[in-house]
Design a protein around this ligand. Sequence first.
Ligand code: ZN
Length: 170
Amino acid sequence: MIKPILIHPDPRLKKPCAPVADLSDDLRALADDMLETMYHAPGIGLAAPQVGVLDRLIVMDCVKEGEPEPVVMFNPEVLSSSDDLNVYEEGCLSIPEQYADVTRPAAVRVGWIDMDGNPQEKDFDGLWATCVQHEIDHLNGKLFIDYLGPMKRQMITRKSQKMKREMARG
Ligand SMILES: [Zn+2]
């Protein structure tokens, strides 16, 4: 089921999310819905707060061509980051049509719980590294525009607010 995606500004996008204690069928169903919503948008990552659920859950698929590689992470955590940095022009499904360069560690090691409840650990680089950091930020109430200067952030927020009003009018 495709879920509506919250558009910035929204207080739910600024809240830290709670760790997932038990993997219920409801949470697995939510993960499936989030993947469907992400592919439909289309996007390469989606965090639970973007569909109004304040749980630590993200989904991703950064494969642009070929077989899809859906990844579901409960309680994802950056365990270590490279000193090397990478600049990527980021966007966000909650901030439609706005993009800006963000600098982040080029590679990260991430730990999480998978759909079967098993702990996982993996190194990510390239677009995957940027995406996983962007999505984990969402779980801490942080958006990519929070890395920008105040002028740029306000400009993007105004545009997003306008877009949100237009979408509400239909
Ligand atoms: Zn985002």
